[in-house]
Design a protein around this ligand. Structure first.
Ligand code: FES
Length: 113
């Protein structure tokens, strides 16, 4: 069971900045581990999850430590998740699409001792 959610329910997205403006784009609905969530056109999957306060995407192979958004440039694999049934998708590099089904890789990476 994933445990690392923001408890406040506030969005993580920056919407006010002294010199930049951020227009919200088209809403995209997607499922994450059975929850219906909203992201925006142009978001990566990881950015949309982060905006929804979700930080725990999978567990490490051996020690089963939580993994999540880390390098954000496709180098570490810490953000790998199952997307539309495809394992090990780098969610920091994959753009969100309407209707996507995103699942943590927790069950796939657990190894029984
Ligand atoms: S966060 Fe490192 S590959 Fe996605």
């Amino acid at each position: 069971m994933l445990q690392y959610y923001m408890e406040s329910g506030e969005e993580m997205r920056i919407d006010k900045h002294p010199i930049l403006s951020f227009e919200k784009k088209k809403e995209l609905h997607f499922m994450f581990n059975g929850r219906d969530l909203v992201g925006y056109e142009g978001d990566t999957i990881a950015a949309a999850l982060h905006d929804n306060g979700i930080m725990h995407y999978s567990n490490s192979l051996v020690k089963k430590r939580p993994r999540g958004f880390y390098c954000a440039i496709g180098n570490c694999g810490s953000c790998n998740m199952t997307v539309n049934g495809v394992l090990n998708v780098k969610t920091c590099m994959t753009l969100l699409e309407d209707g996507m089904i995103v699942e943590s890789d927790v069950d796939e990476v657990f190894i029984d001792d």
